[in-house]
Design a protein. Sequence first.
Length: 122
Amino acid sequence: MVGVSSAFAQEKPEPEVIEKKPTAPQREEKEPPSPSWFAKQIQCTTPEKILEVIKRHGEKPMFMGQAYSVSPTQPPLGTLITFFFNPVTLSWSIVEVRGQVACLLSVGRGIQFLPLDKGITL
């Protein structure tokens, strides 16, 4: 005779079901970022050495203007900014000069002239 006892049988609890409804991620409404100071590594040397590099790329001065180099810890310094351009390769360079220090601020390729009366969006 085979007997079955329920004394050792244990009821298994039903797994708890937690229903979570999917929700879209909440975006915090933030104010636009305020101006901040950023450091960018640039190459600086004498104006003559910068011009050697500019000439190797066949770039010629396209326009220049008086500018101010600003710093959070020092008063503004007057500088000269020159935009160099090669119309064949479309390469360009922006150089800032103050005395015997010239810095290559940016280089690139391609240029687009914008109508002055339309304004610009950054």
